[in-house]
Design a protein around this ligand. Structure first.
Ligand code: GPW
Length: 833
């Protein structure tokens, strides 16, 4: 319950008590102080942004003592520490989350009211750090929250992109990208650490020499050196004293390098070098999968990896000491292959800078890293051309060659004469232009490898990394993804959180999500069902208001089922399958306007990679269908279509609470896990989904009877592909399917233009790599069952309550505990709040 409303403070024994008390009175005083002394404003002339900044500083001040204390305790106890290496952190707004994790959300709200502040407006004012593309980056952010909450000492390392994921606007139905200027007004959550900076080298050549002890050594003479400067953000655990560190690197020109150029009188050259250096952390690559061969991207990866590993070595030498114990102090988790160059970088630093032998360096390296794979899609598997490596990272190329030479010798000895296997397992793909396989580097350089959902981890073992699994099965694991209930229930759906707390009689569930099971006993209670429905309807009303304003679409939260698909636009995620269903319902309604059907709002959100033509065309198609349907008075009382612009964390928090139905309809075997599926379900949406990724485990947990399943299994997909899939046959074999696709092709949704969507319809009929047509009929039948059940509120509400009650497994706290126990061998370091 709410903290006692005391106006007295504990004795002034520390900074926290003299300056940063948690009482309402202290919060009010601090807020007014910050508004004046930090923003330099009287209340009367403060802008909304000033008001937000004062709130942010008020909260940040309250995190610092715990942060400094955590660092102190971790240092003196020489605690084993996880370093999470990730090119992306999709953090979302900090303010509300930090209030919740500090346990002062309610008292702060009351303080705000007494100061006559519009609390909601202040929260809205925050510009979110969008330093990620989608699931992978958001997972990193959830894991940072859970690491702190389950009290594991951790540092998140990444890049402080000046421009994060682009802002999406919709013009004439098309996605238009605008650059994300999140730092424009300053970032109150970060603390720059100009003294924590490291040189990062590129290019040049290597020299082999003998040191004073006549040992063979290598020196890398680069032709460019830049420096990485640390920017630190505290990450607070929920209801605990632990505060972990998110350390993001900003690229700058090195002073010495500047001066060198400056001294020979080349002023413009020096300025140019500065700009070139700063380019490295300028912008996030907006793709879910790698764009082939982009040199700047490789520079970014190496940039943050090199800074991070140098920082780890510095910390180790400062605290524990000898490098032989490096792997006992640190475990480094590679978030996909984006940081995989870390394997070669740690080898290089140990050998070249610290004179460690190859064998010792290799033992340390392999004991330090663990690798998480997040995809099986061939186009998303990262490779870099050997030529580019040679130019940019010549020393790393030598090291990778040597790792490979030694590794392939092991393979040869183990599998005598099997040269095909050797070629398959090589770190170098020799076919068609030599390329470095980053996943192989990550596997060979790691102690453990894991997938992100049970099915995905199985497929890793039987397909992508089969040969590696056969050689060392004990190194392969599964850790099913999770999401943080703090952000995705407490912050985003306060009404639901309050209702759950009331029904359970405690708020322990926020850190022990399994205890949501206590809701099960009440699933059939009509009184709870009525309130449950009220909470859902209120969230739908909020979303409807927002969508009216930002998408110009009017939805009826009272009568309509909110059917939502929100995720990156991708053919494998099959937003077009959803669209085919909408068109089917539309045609049915046109044929029979008196069809008594459950009214539905079809809501989409998601960004397309700027260079992904088909994904952008899918956005246009959704908006084109929306335009026709929303303006057709014959149907628009029953169905409406809305595209939420700029789906990001903030806007996601508006969607999840408002969903009745969650669309998780990727082709089986393609979505490694999915995490949106969990966020929706936690907020009481029922799922229509395939047996893909974590959907399978969600269905297992909530019970098959509380999940709307359709479509082929991964096994059936594989078989059909082997037999030779012919979408053409489905198109001609199903009248309704044909007529839905033909309606798109007819120009109905494109003002008569029969060319606009042709690439999409033709691709479906002739290629259909994600088997939309094969799953179409099953999807429609499933959707009809869904409408039937939605018409029986008691049944639906019961299912919704049971979904929430059984979501315990999908807390990222559980995922982190599994990593800690099974992969990292690391113990919590409890610190009291
Ligand atoms: F290609 N994922 C992502 F595997 O969001 F690297 N971006 C990416 O670049 C990749 C994966 C990568 C997603 C997966 O698609 C999703 O299924 C998964 O839930 C998520 O990563 C977190 O594991």
């Amino acid at each position: 319950e709410a903290p006692a409303e005391t106006e007295t403070e504990a004795p002034a024994t520390s900074h926290e008590h003299t300056r940063t008390g948690m009482s309402k009175a202290s919060l009010k005083q601090a807020y007014i102080d910050n508004l004046f002394y930090i923003q330099g404003r009287f209340r009367e002339v403060a802008t909304p942004h000033d008001l937000y900044m004062a709130a942010a500083f008020t909260v940040r001040d309250r995190m610092l003592e715990r942060w400094v204390k955590s660092a102190q305790v971790y240092k003196s106890s020489r605690a084993r520490t996880v370093c999470y290496l990730s090119a992306e952190y999709l953090l979302g707004p900090h303010l509300a989350n930090n209030l919740v994790n500090l346990g002062i959300a309610e008292v702060a709200q009351r303080a705000g009211e007494e100061l006559d502040l519009d609390f909601k407006a202040i929260l809205e004012e925050e510009e979110e750090p969008g330093l990620g593309n989608g699931g992978l980056g958001r997972l990193a952010a959830c894991y940072m929250d859970s690491l702190a909450t389950v009290q594991i000492p951790a540092i998140g390392y990444g890049i402080r992109y000046e421009f994060g994921i682009f802002d999406q606007i919709i013009e004439d139905g098309w996605q238009v990208e605008r650059s994300d200027t999140w730092l424009r007004n300053g970032n109150p959550w970060e603390i720059p650490r100009p003294k924590i900076s490291f040189p990062v080298m590129y290019g040049g050549h290597t020299e082999h020499y003998r040191d004073q002890a006549e040992r063979p050594r290598v020196r890398w003479i680069p032709d460019m050196v830049i420096s990485g400067v640390a920017y630190d953000t505290p990450v607070l655990g929920y209801g605990v004293g632990n505060v972990n560190l998110l350390r993001l690197w900003k690229a700058e020109a090195t002073e010495s390098f500047d001066f060198q150029t400056f001294n020979v009188g080349d002023y413009y050259g020096a300025v140019h070098a500065k700009i070139e250096a700063e380019t490295i952390s300028k912008v996030l690559y907006p793709n879910d999968d790698p764009e082939a061969g982009k040199e700047l991207r490789l520079k970014q990866q190496y940039f943050f990896v090199s800074c991070s590993i140098q920082d780890m070595i510095r910390l180790h030498l400062n605290t524990v000491g000898p490098l032989e114990t490096f792997h006992e102090k640190f475990v480094a988790q590679l978030n996909d292959t984006h940081p995989a160059i870390a394997v070669a970088e740690l080898m290089r630093l140990l050998m070249d800078d610290h004179a460690v032998t190859w064998d010792d360096a290799w033992a340390t390296t392999r004991a330090t890293f663990c690798y998480t794979n997040h995809t099986l899609l061939p186009e998303a598997l990262e490779t870099w051309s050997v030529a580019l490596f040679e130019r940019l990272l010549p020393r790393h190329l030598e090291i990778i060659y040597e790792i490979n030479r030694r590794f392939l010798d092991e393979v040869r000895v183990r599998y005598l004469g099997d040269e095909e296997r050797v070629a398959r397992m090589s770190l170098i793909d020799e076919a068609g232009g030599r390329r470095i396989r980053m996943a192989h580097l990550a596997v060979v350089g790691s102690r453990a490898v894991n997938g992100v959902a049970a099915l995905h981890s199985e497929l890793i073992k039987t397909t992508l990394l089969k040969d590696f699994y056969e050689m060392a099965p004990e190194r392969f694991h599964n850790v099913t993804n999770g999401v943080t209930p703090r952000r995705f229930i407490v912050v985003s759906n306060p009404r639901l959180a309050e209702l759950i707390t009331e029904v359970c009689g405690h708020d322990r569930w926020i850190r022990d999500l399994d205890s949501l099971r206590e809701l099960e006993a009440h699933a059939d209670d009509p009184k709870l069902q009525a309130r449950w429905r009220e909470v859902k309807t209120a969230a739908k009303r909020d979303l409807a208001v927002w969508l009216k304003r930002h998408a110009g679409v009017l939805l009826d939260p009272q009568t309509m089922m909110f059917d939502i698909q929100a995720k990156r636009l991708h053919e494998y995620k099959r937003q077009h399958l959803n669209v085919l269903h909408i068109i089917r319902v539309y045609q049915r309604l046109k044929q029979n306007p008196n069809l008594g059907m459950v009214p539905r709002a079809f809501i989409f959100g998601g960004k397309a990679a700027p260079g992904y033509y088909m994904a952008k065309l899918m956005i246009k198609l959704i908006n084109a269908v929306a335009e026709v349907i929303n303006n057709d008075p014959q149907v628009n009382g029953y169905i409406r279509v809305a595209f939420m612009p700029d789906f990001n964390v903030k806007n996601g928090q508006r969607l999840y609470p408002a969903a009745d139905l969650s669309e998780q309809i990727s082709l089986a075997g393609k979505e490694a896990s999915g995490t949106g599926n969990m966020k929706f379900s936690m907020n009481g949406a029922l799922t229509v989904g395939t047996l893909d990724g974590a959907n399978i485990e969600i269905r297992e947990e909530v019970g098959a009877e509380n999940f709307f399943l359709f479509g082929m299994t991964a096994e059936e997909v594989r078989r059909k592909q082997d037999e030779g899939y012919r979408p053409w046959d489905y198109y001609h074999g199903d009248q309704e399917l044909k007529s839905d696709i033909d309606l798109i092709a007819s120009g109905l949704f494109s003002h008569g233009d029969t060319n606009l969507f042709r690439p999409l319809t033709e691709h479906l009929i002739h290629q259909d790599p994600f088997m939309v047509l094969a799953d179409y009929r099953a999807y429609l039948e499933c959707q009809d069952r869904i409408s039937t059940v939605y018409d029986r509120p008691a049944e639906w509400d019961r299912m919704s309550i049971l979904n929430v009650a059984r979501m315990g497994k999908f807390s990222s706290d559980r995922s982190i505990r599994e990593y800690a126990e099974r992969i990292w061998s690391i113990e919590p370091q409890p610190l009291g709040a």
